[in-house]
Design a protein around this ligand. Sequence first.
Ligand code: NAD
Length: 497
Amino acid sequence: MSTPTLDFEPGDVPLPQGHFIGGSFVPGGETHIDVRRPSDGVPLGYVPDACADTVDRAVSDALSAWKASGWGTRPPRERARVLARWADLIDAHAVSLAQLETVSSTRPVAEAYASDVPFTADAIRFFAELADKLGGDLAATRQDSLGFISSEPYGVVGAITPWNFPLSMCSWKCGPALAAGNAVVLKPSEMTPFSTLRLAELAIEAGMPPGVFNVVNGRGATTGAALTRHPDIAKVSFTGSTRTGVAIMTEAAQHGVKPVTLELGGKSPQLVFEHVTNLEHTAHCIARGFTSNGGQACVAGSRLIVHKRVAGPLLDALQRLLAPIAPGPVWRSSTRYSPLISRMQAERVESLIAASVADGAEVIYGGGFFEGTGDGYFHRPTLLANVTGRTPAVREEVFGPVLTVQTFEDEDEGIALAAHPTYGLAAGVHTSDIGQALRAMRRIAAGTVWINRYGRSGDLIIPTGGFRQSGIGKDLGREALLASMRHKSVLIDFEAL
Ligand code: NAD
């Protein structure tokens, strides 16, 4: 099948407006938030900033719709059929969804089309397929009793998503929650709201009962906090920064001791041992790992830890791969490199580099912004050497295309450097010695370890989530469906009847 024309003019894309509550768009009567195009900083449109009353309306509608529609009590296969139709509609609207994803975000349209949209459809489809596969366990009890675990939906789940992969993040939250029989009220990032609104519209076309999936727009500290606190929100599923995760966990504890799934930040190492068979492949993994989406990925492999003997050739190969990287508006299909999301993010990246240099780090490649991109912030891929565990760019999540470089001489030293004092989201291990790879895998405290690769595959059965301050719980896999249900223990004494 040939690739359709993906290039577009951003001003020509019709933007969904308002909130999506009870199965249709609802204009927000509140103040508005301006949305800009990260590629050039030009204002694009706006979304309403929901106040607590609007959040209350969305949650109350969701609860009423959930009860009235029987979404949570109907046979799982019926829910699965709706979700499967939704996934098919997402595929059928791949071009317009890719453009809508791209228009306010950092995702190049070619990547949004080839990867984000199909990945979103597949995630919904995966949970549709799983909907009737996990039925709860029969317990090993006394012979005159029957014990089992009965799993049931929570009711209304509150979901809050970040700006870096809006469509995929929406599917990771909604897929399991809806397949398990919950209703969802989702707040997307105020910077990238439009593709999520369109997904909600497609869900209705797929046959989802109105009110079962709702989208409210607004800022985190107000709309997001009101959603977390709402008494009828039974569980919160969040993806975003560790700082916000802490705030959400605190609110959830104080307003009903509700369970939370938290997918948070990271500072993931790429550990390269002395013996790697294909150095070009390793260099490719390192380059993609820290430049993909302009380095704005939770699992960005932003710390290179490399054996002294291969450091020189690996850095040469890496710089050859980085040299052709060029900026371009994300609405051109030839663009592969992403801008930073905002001026604020650009200032953060620069200030972390400056603080690292003040601490003794040396910029050995890149540094600064590409020129001629107006108010778009395309940061050059940047390598920082002479760093230690104290260097700000080693300690903190930069969320930009910045790679710190540290060298080591033996296995223990390399694994010790790979450890991070707070984060534990992902790690890459590169070696042709399988024993060494597995030893490193066992010793690295991270929710995901990739060996001789870096980055997720389309295998949605593999869950994702962080250790320590990188999060609690898992998205994707069976784990995400199980976490979308509460599990009731039942014991029947049948001889006493
Ligand atoms: P963020 O924490 O600033 O915002 C995320 C979402 O939370 C937004 O919708 C925001 O409006 C909302 N929010 C902010 N404050 C809130 C509050 N007090 N209460 C409720 N909601 C609130 O994160 P971001 O800048 O949008 O995204 C980048 C971060 O997300 C990075 O740290 C990245 O590592 C992380 N992330 C993690 C994963 C993962 O799977 N672990 C995936 C993608 C992104």
